[in-house]
Design a protein around this ligand. Structure first.
Ligand code: HMG
Ligand code: MG
Length: 285
């Protein structure tokens, strides 16, 4: 059994957790959630998304949220799907950005209105500009295992995006099981293959818990050598353009499992279960 001594957990609740909510969440409540999570000791959090407010209304206050995060002095990540989003992130003094491209082109078209190939072309000037500004670049590959529109996603489709992200200089590559349909076998096999091809690359696991396999998938990814994972407090979340997907693996459940296995996360389960009810109270699902 391969167990890393230390695991980094990146909290994505304020972004992935809230983006899919059907009704508006007051800005003050979002700030309260971020404050509570910051006190719990996360080294990084995903808090904002510079998408179009017409496409994802819940993220329309991202400028206000990033200003708040700057005042709090935390390290946070904001999603930037295109060049315009990057410009908004630069204007907002964001330290870390996340680009996201689907391995499945059908999903990518529905999610950001471009084919996978078109998005990868747009990534070129984005990486260039972000790197010149010294921004940390997280690069998500979505639908790494399965897609709600096309079904199976091939390793080659995933590798096309992965290879390009590495060529462009991504600081980490986040592997998204966007619709939560992966199982531990495919997770282990696919990630092992990527790690063999790119041993110097930092990979992150991002597992949605649609079929209650997210913890098992985290464990399989650990066996394949990953030691960074995204999670969402209270298990909130989903992607508005990934029908049927539920939230990310719940942060408190992940920390509980890892702590019991002797892995250090720097986080305290007992503190997290105090925050979880507040996070869930923001969700109408
Ligand atoms: P578009 O309509 O194709 O944009 O949207 P466009 O380039 O054709 O421009 C149309 C208008 O939008 C123009 O304004 C642009 O300026 C404006 P007009 O001239 O008509 O007044 N515009 C923007 N405004 C604000 N912010 C922007 C922006 N870009 C253009 N960034 C766009 C393209 C990417 C904006 C749209 O498709 C979009 O917002 N998509 C967001 C989808 C999304 O947020 N999905 C959820 C996040 S991904 C996810 O959850 C998966 C993840 O968790 C990992 C995993 O689970 O796998 C990350
Ligand atoms: Mg997600």
């Amino acid at each position: 059994m391969f167990l890393p001594n230390e695991i980094e957990i990146i909290e994505v609740g304020p972004r992935d957790g809230l983006q899919n909510e059907p009704s508006a969440i007051p800005l003050e409540k979002k700030k309260e959630l971020i404050t509570q999570l910051a006190k719990a000791g996360f080294s990084r959090m995903e808090t904002a998304s510079f998408v179009h407010p017409r496409w994802v209304p819940q993220m329309a206050d991202s400028e206000e949220i990033t200003q708040f995060c700057n005042e709090l002095g935390i390290t946070y990540i904001a999603l930037t799907p295109n060049f315009k989003a990057l410009e908004r992130a630069i204007a907002a003094n964001v330290p870390q950005i996340a680009v996201f491209v689907g391995a499945s082109s059908t999903f990518n078209l529905k999610n950001i209105n471009k084919t996978t190939a078109e998005s990868l072309i747009e990534c070129e000037p984005m990486f260039d500009k972000a790197k010149k500004r010294g921004m940390f670049i997280r690069a998500y590959i979505s639908m790494v295992f399965n897609c709600p529109f096309q079904g199976e996603v091939s390793f080659e489709e995933v590798n096309t995006v992965c290879q390009r992200f590495i060529e462009l200089g991504a600081d980490e590559i986040d592997l998204g099981d966007t619709n939560g349909k992966a199982d531990p076998k495919i997770v282990y096999e696919r990630i092992s293959r990527l790690r063999d091809l790119y041993p110097e690359t930092t990979f992150v696991g991002h597992f949605h818990d649609t079929e209650k396999l997210a913890l098992a998938n985290v464990y399989a990814a650990m066996q394949a050598g990953i030691s960074k994972f995204d999670s969402s407090i209270g298990g909130l979340g989903g992607c508005p353009y990934s029908p049927g997907a539920t939230g990310n693996v719940a942060t408190e459940e992940l920390v509980n499992m890892l702590t019991r296995m002797g892995c250090q996360t720097g986080l305290d389960y007992n503190e997290l279960i105090k925050i979880s009810p507040f996070a869930k109270s923001l969700s109408s699902r």
